[in-house]
Design a protein around this ligand. Structure first.
Ligand SMILES: CC(C)(COP(=O)(O)OP(=O)(O)OC[C@H]1O[C@@H](n2cnc3c(N)ncnc32)[C@H](O)[C@@H]1OP(=O)(O)O)[C@@H](O)C(=O)NCCC(=O)NCCS
Length: 287
């Protein structure tokens, strides 16, 4: 087996290998070429620092590395079911951590779905520790939770640029998926800012697709986090009655309780894990 840089492969080959590694996955997440390209763009995946494990002509597995200032992110890691437990996962992890060290990052990040014991053990073996649980949640359109909105002083609609400014001033630590760097790579974000009669204040940013609302992130600036969040989301879904909604990697906190009050339910949980690195800053290869 040898490990080769992923930029020696086409997106078609990478997509095919990725899908084969996930045929028996806990949560089905098939990719097509366009989605994998978009994913690599939004999350700053660096293909020369990502890798594919091969034996002759056969692709055995792959792993991708996102690179940002001072940190890296391991993603899309997988080994074909027929080739597991033979050291391929180890070889891919070693490659990705070596590339992270060469780039002088302070920490390597990743997430693992709760209940994925083989991957969780693999990451612990490489020195990753759990930082927090992250929730992936959905809400179908037309849910009636009986929620009664509080008196509102004002609701302001904001555009993409305004949404990015709000996101840049978040107080809560963001996961890789929701960091400003990711959201700057997404087109057409929107935001709503709310001021409640009782002084509560907050905002929600989101992407409104034809069928689905995604990238829904809430920040409460003042007031009761459950109440402000629920009122923001009530206003959001009042404006987008027909779309399904998905939100990824929410912390398990009072804001999440506000999501639940408006009909969001948990699909699954990820565990965020971080490995601190002692390396110094260095060269960042081109994407
Ligand atoms: C997780 C995965 C990549 C491991 O690949 P692999 O090639 O089987 O891993 P290796 O043979 O190199 O084993 C490396 C370590 O992983 C852990 N591990 C792998 N499979 C395991 C299993 N079935 N049970 C427990 N630990 C396991 C062990 O710590 C092992 O170290 P050890 O050999 O010293 O015990 C593979 O199971 C996989 O592709 N799973 C589906 C996709 C996935 O879960 N990706 C991760 C998403 S976060």
């Amino acid at each position: 087996m040898e490990v080769l840089p992923a930029d020696q492969f086409t997106f078609e080959q990478l997509t095919d290998a990725y899908n084969q590694t996930r045929v028996d996955y806990l949560v089905p997440m098939p990719m097509n070429v366009a989605r994998l390209r978009e994913y690599a763009h939004v999350y700053d995946v660096n293909l020369p620092c990502s890798c594919v494990a091969v034996a002759g002509e056969t692709m055995l597995g792959l792993g991708m590395l996102g690179l940002r200032d001072g940190r890296s992110w391991i993603t899309r890691l997988g080994v074909l079911p027929s080739g597991r437990r033979k050291g391929t996962g180890n070889a891919i992890m070693t490659w990705l951590i070596d590339r992270s060290a060469q780039n002088g990052v302070d920490a390597v990040w990743l997430e693992v779905i709760k209940g994925n014991d083989p991957a969780h053990r693999l990451f612990r073996k490489y020195g990753f520790s759990e930082t927090r649980d992250l929730i992936v949640a959905r809400r179908p359109p037309g849910v009636d939770t009986g929620f009664q909105p509080s008196p509102i002083a004002s609701i302001t609609n904001l555009n993409h640029e305004d949404a990015l400014i709000l996101l840049a001033h978040r107080r809560q630590p963001a996961n890789w998926l929701n960091q400003s760097e990711s959201l700057q790579n997404v087109r057409n974000l929107s935001a709503l800012q709310i001021e409640m009669a009782n002084g509560g204040k907050g905002w929600v940013t989101y992407h409104a697709g034809l069928l689905q609302l995604t990238r829904i992130l809430v920040e409460v600036i003042q007031g009761d986090p459950v109440e402000v969040t629920a009122n923001l989301l009530y206003a959001l879904h009042d404006r987008h009655k027909r779309q399904d909604a998905v939100t990824e990697n929410l912390a398990d906190d009072a804001v999440w309780q506000g999501f639940q009050a408006i009909g969001y339910f948990e699909s699954f949980r990820r565990i965020e894990m971080i490995k601190p690195m002692k390396s110094s800053r260095g060269f960042l290869p081109r994407r």
